[in-house]
Ligand binder design. Structure first.
Ligand code: GLA
Length: 389
């Protein structure tokens, strides 16, 4: 594929950040997900929230047909012409190019030349969806800068389309939805079949959410992700031969799915049964939270992890170790890997009075076992993408 973008390995002149007078500034949050993993693309329910770790994007017009993007974290920039937008060999550029492409597809000739500085306070590759933050932040910034009539739903879906077609990950809708629709102190119980959602108060008192970044990223994430999605589609196809009424895998009742144990290849069956069970767990978890049944909620987190590791096979030794360690302590009600998997964070529900002790203990044990530091990440549940200037 011919690369039509131009990369600069240093900050280029006009972006000498001191004199950069932005016209629009956007903050785009990362997201967490309490439960409901790998079921968004199977039509399931998920329970994500936007967080106060964000990417800041500053924009200004340049009255040309060229766009230049500078990443402060990587001290690198690239430029592209608006009449030559196509995928690049550099992955991070594709999040931006994809968004510009799909805005132009929806609203032809609406995007003009601009410059943008990106600064991320969101750890990359930790399962907090820095990619959706970048896509939705970019789309919102362009919309504001050129006053383009794009709805929130359009921003969510065009950002997802950018990831599918420019980055190549066939993700679901959860991350983009949470980044755009996030609401302070609320989780989003989202039905991914029709994007109906309900806000659930995120009040865990006397417990607290603790994120622990394993600091490993196994680089399998994108290819294995697409394979899982394909396996789910394969399972549904077989089920549909007998039961054409089920449009999504999560719609298949568990007892019917169990009936396919012999018929499906073992792996495919495992993926499918996980999906059906995880969707049920998510709905139970949302109810448990509303009834303040934190023990039940925590036990569902543990069960979700068990499914992700043994049936869906998207965990890794480091994450399994962290979850197993947590089971030794009654003050941890639940723990599981979060996001696409193969590294990133665990999410843990911990008694407030024992958080420091827990972090100290698990950090030491993890270091001894893997000779890697784990990083606790403090998060508060915040609003979705917003224009701050
Ligand atoms: C990634 C994807 C989401 C979702 C999760 C797993 O974050 O972008 O769509 O599938 O993995 O739940």
């Amino acid at each position: 594929m011919k690369n039509t973008t131009q990369s600069h390995n240093r900050q280029i002149n006009f972006l000498g950040t001191e004199e950069f007078k932005s016209e629009v500034v956007i903050e785009a949050p990362g997201r967490i997900n309490l439960i409901g993993e790998h079921i968004d693309y199977n039509g399931g329910h998920v329970l994500p929230a936007a967080i106060d770790k964000k990417i800041k994007l500053s924009f200004r017009k340049n009255n040309s047909s060229i766009c230049t993007i500078y990443s402060k974290n990587y001290d690198t920039s690239f430029s592209f012409r608006l009449d030559e937008v196509k995928p690049s060999d550099e992955e991070w550029q594709n999040y931006i190019l994809g968004v510009v492409h799909f805005i132009e597809e929806l609203k032809p000739n609406s995007v003009k030349g601009f410059e943008c500085i990106i600064e991320s306070m969101l750890p990359m590759g930790s399962g907090l969806s820095s990619s959706a933050a970048l896509e939705c932040g970019m789309a919102t910034g362009i919309k504001e800068l050129f006053d383009i009539n794009l709805s929130k739903e359009q921003i969510i879906t065009l950002s997802r389309d950018a990831e599918h077609n420019y980055v190549g990950t066939k993700c679901g809708i959860m991350d983009q939805f949470a980044v755009v629709r996030g609401a302070k102190n609320h989780l989003i119980l989202l039905n991914c079949q029709n994007l109906n959602y309900e806000l659930v108060k995120s009040d865990f008192d006397p417990y607290q959410l603790v994120l622990l970044n394993s600091n490993v990223s196994h680089n399998l994430a994108s290819s294995e992700y697409n394979t899982r999605r394909q396996e789910c589609e394969d399972a549904l196809k077989v089920v549909n031969q007998k039961y054409p009424q089920y449009e999504y895998l999560v719609d298949v009742p568990e007892d019917i799915m169990v009936g396919f144990k012999e018929e499906l290849p073992e792996k495919t069956y495992n993926r499918a049964i996980y999906v059906v069970q995880e969707n049920k767990r998510t709905l139970m978890a949302a109810n448990a939270l509303e009834d303040e049944l934190f023990d039940l909620f925590g036990s569902l987190l543990y069960k979700s992890h068990e499914g992700l590791t043994t049936l869906y096979e998207v965990s890794c030794n480091e994450l399994d170790f962290m979850v197993d360690y947590s089971k030794n302590y009654d003050y941890v009600l639940g723990s599981r890997m979060m996001g696409g998997g193969f590294g990133g964070c665990t999410i843990n529900l911990v008694d407030q009075d024992h958080v420091a002790e827990y972090i100290a203990g698990i950090s030491k044990a993890y270091k001894e076992k893997f000779n890697t530091e784990l990083t606790p990440i403090e998060v508060n549940i915040s609003n979705g993408v917003s224009k701050i200037n």
